[in-house]
Unconditional design. Structure first.
Length: 707
């Protein structure tokens, strides 16, 4: 739904419905506003261009409505193009007032239920028995509309209590076979061609409901020996719309993984192959488009850096496209993979699919400016006095869009970037950044200490990367410092690094309770999983729900200042560091172990550097898993609508959905720090809330004493 923001004028609300018995709304109808008077009679000559001037147009939403705000006072002609071309209407707009206009399309679609007799004749009947088919026929009325304006018919059983079988090619008739007794709902979606005649416009659609009564068939007595097999299954749960959102988070974070990034970089620079058709392949052209836009706008202030500039722009484009954008053409859903994942978690799959459940049931409309996450809708309602603007400062048009100077960006509200800084924290604890810093110093011929373990390394294998490394070092002034990242780790999560570079640490606002609350949540999850695996027990999800609400509150308190920019900047920088380390030149430079099956090619370089320097001997694989799993968990908690949730079913679904991530994080945390967050899983036991950096320092000291 399209709107114009201007509080100094009036508002026009328009609704378009069909001529059915209950006036069904028509979505995707094109409504246009022209300034001037309407024609006196339908079919009369049109007014001249001077008398009527196109003012605005919009498509109706799923409720058959569209709203035009900020309309200057005056007389306007409203036209509507639906399944039929409707007569225009005149409306007078006054300042501060709302004018309502209703269009009724003469289309009248009915569902005619019929039953087949023994001689194959059909009679009108709305009653059948379970397992016996009933003929449902779509009565369109005007065949010209069916031929010229309707593109397809689609039948659905929203309750999932029936099977549908097509009878003819154009879907005018189906066989409806109920599987359960009772009142069965049926829904016929009538889809029309785009109202503007362009393929880019939304399709028109009207839903026509119907019902079929079904009874159980007559029972037949069974005699003889009866054998039964009894099995016990896990407690059933109902579907919650959040499951679709969690699926989007899981897919978007997977799309940001290094292997997907490496595939994109190979495609850009080396002519690599596109991935198999599907979710990831559909995003490649847009990544390329964003990259070509950025390459013309990103410049470096030093010479001989074109190669590095291209890498930097391509990385930024990759992150921009894949960071969880919720636009229709980019929504992160893969039907087959997503349904298989839910099936493994014993979670129900929605009848209309995860994408439709997310768009139609989970997202919430705000002020006529599109649908947003429920959590962001609450934040928006806290700021009713602040307008929503459509562009940034650089996109503003002087003298025409004055509201671009102040307001909430609609793009940020509708398409938040799903990134968590905890990913960067754990990769930095895994010595990714330190490895790149050590190699940069050696490249510049700087000795780190008197006993520099890199002093005797021959740097000749890096010759093909000389220009890239030169530009990377030159660009150091534009990268985040370790101090800035450390302060933001503390601001988001109360986590911090240890070492000489961050000794003078003086934070103002820290999340001191986050670590305890998060570890308490993970421990409660282990209690829940033990109960949930016992098929004789109904697991209690209330403690998990309360812990989720606590962590959500703490996380939201840190969503300020650099929250919107630093995580994405840190992710771009660390992805580039991983890409550089993954180059075969570094494999030849460092003493890596070829037979260790690291899932990402940069990892063995980091572990080799840690071995040379005498740093922690814990594999970087565990730190990577902490960052990957921790990001998915915290994204679902931060952006989820937990604050006023009081039913445990959502928490139960969350715990089941994220079980691999929860148990993967617990295992990786024990491998990295030595602390088992699942030990002694009792609700009243105090969890370990010692800073991970302190635990890592203790393990390193113990390692050095033993060597």
């Amino acid at each position: 739904m399209k709107t114009i923001e201007d509080s100094s004028a009036g508002t026009i609300t328009v609704q378009v419905t069909g001529n059915c018995e209950d006036k069904r709304p028509i979505r995707g109808a094109l409504v246009t506003i022209e300034k001037g008077y309407a024609m006196e009679k339908p079919g009369a000559a049109k007014k001249s261009a001077q008398a009527r001037e196109l003012f605005q147009s919009a498509y109706t939403d799923k409720n058959g409505c569209c709203v035009f705000t900020g309309v200057p006072a005056g007389t306007y002609t409203l036209s509507c193009k639906s399944f039929n071309d409707l007569d225009p209407k005149t409306v007078v707009v006054e300042c501060g007032c709302t004018s309502s206009v209703c269009f009724e399309d003469p289309i009248n679609v009915k569902i005619n239920p019929k039953k087949a007799l023994a001689d194959c004749t059909l009679i009108d009947c709305n009653q059948t028995t379970v397992g016996s088919p009933l003929h449902l026929i779509a009565d369109i009325g005007d065949e010209n509309v069916m031929k010229n304006r309707i593109s397809k018919l689609r039948w659905r059983a929203p309750d999932g209590k029936a099977t549908l079988t097509l009878v003819d090619a154009d879907n005018r008739e189906i066989l409806f076979t109920p599987t359960e007794a009772g009142i069965n709902r049926i829904l016929l979606s009538v889809t029309g061609l785009p109202a503007d005649g362009e393929a880019s416009g939304p399709e028109m659609e009207m839903d026509v409901p119907g019902t079929v009564n079904s009874e159980d068939p007559p029972r037949q007595a069974i005699s003889g020996e009866i054998k039964t097999i009894t099995t016990m299954t896990r407690t059933e749960t109902s579907f919650t719309e959040d499951t679709a959102f969690w699926t989007a988070i899981r897919n978007s974070t997977d799309a940001l993984s290094f292997n997907k990034y490496l595939s994109f970089m190979d495609w850009i620079f080396c002519g690599g192959k596109l991935p198999a058709p599907g979710f990831e392949a559909n995003r490649f052209p847009l990544k390329d488009s964003e990259y070509r836009k950025l390459i013309s706008r990103r410049f470096l202030s030093f010479t001989d850096s074109d190669t590095y500039r291209v890498v930097k722009a391509a990385t930024e484009a990759f992150v921009m496209v894949n960071c969880g954008v919720l636009q229709d053409e980019l929504q992160p859903f893969d039907t087959d993979s997503d349904n298989a994942y839910l099936d493994r978690r014993d979670l129900p799959i929605p009848q209309n699919g995860l994408r439709n459940a997310f768009n139609n049931d989970y997202l919430v409309g705000v002020d006529g400016n599109g649908d947003v996450l429920p959590y962001l809708a609450i934040i928006r309602r806290k700021l009713p006095d602040i307008p929503i603007k459509s562009g940034t400062f650089e996109d503003a048009v002087p003298g025409r869009e004055l509201d671009n100077c102040f307001g909430l960006l609609q793009e940020k509200l509708a398409n938040p970037c799903f990134l968590e800084l905890i990913w960067s924290y754990w990769h930095e604890e895994g010595m990714l950044v330190q490895t790149m810093n050590a190699l940069s110093r050696r490249f510049q011929n700087i000795r780190s200490s008197m006993q520099d373990p890199l002093a005797n390394l021959e740097m000749d294998p890096l010759r093909p990367l000389n220009n890239l490394l030169w530009s990377y070092i030159q660009d150091e002034q534009h990268r985040l410092t370790i101090s800035r990242r450390n302060y933001e780790y503390d601001h988001h999560y109360g986590l911090r690094l240890e070492g000489k570079a961050v000794q003078d640490f003086r934070p103002v606002d820290t999340r001191s309770k986050f670590l305890e609350a998060f570890h308490h949540l993970l421990r409660l999850c282990t209690v829940f999983y033990k109960q949930d695996d016992d098929t004789t027990v109904k697991a209690d999800a209330f403690p998990v729900l309360n812990a989720l609400k606590e962590v959500h509150l703490i996380l939201s308190q840190g969503a300020h200042n650099q929250f919107g920019d630093l995580p994405s900047t840190a992710r771009i920088e660390m992805l580039m560091q991983q890409w550089l380390l993954a180059r075969p030149e570094f494999r030849e430079l460092l003493p890596t172990r070829i037979m260790v099956a690291y899932p990402e090619p940069w990892m063995d370089r980091v572990d080799a550097m840690k071995k040379l320097q005498g740093w922690t001997d814990t594999s970087v694989l565990h730190f990577r898993n902490l960052g990957m799993f921790g990001e998915q968990l915290l994204l679902s908690i931060r952006w989820g609508h937990w604050s006023d949730e009081f039913e445990p079913v959502k928490a139960l679904n969350w715990a089941r959905f994220f079980r691999p991530q929860v148990q993967g994080y617990i295992h990786a945390y024990r491998a990295a720090t030595g602390v088992d967050l699942s030990a002694d899983p009792t609700v009243n036991a105090r969890v370990d809330s010692t800073l991970p950096s302190v635990l890592l320092q203790k393990r390193l000291a113990s390692q050095q004493r033993a060597s």
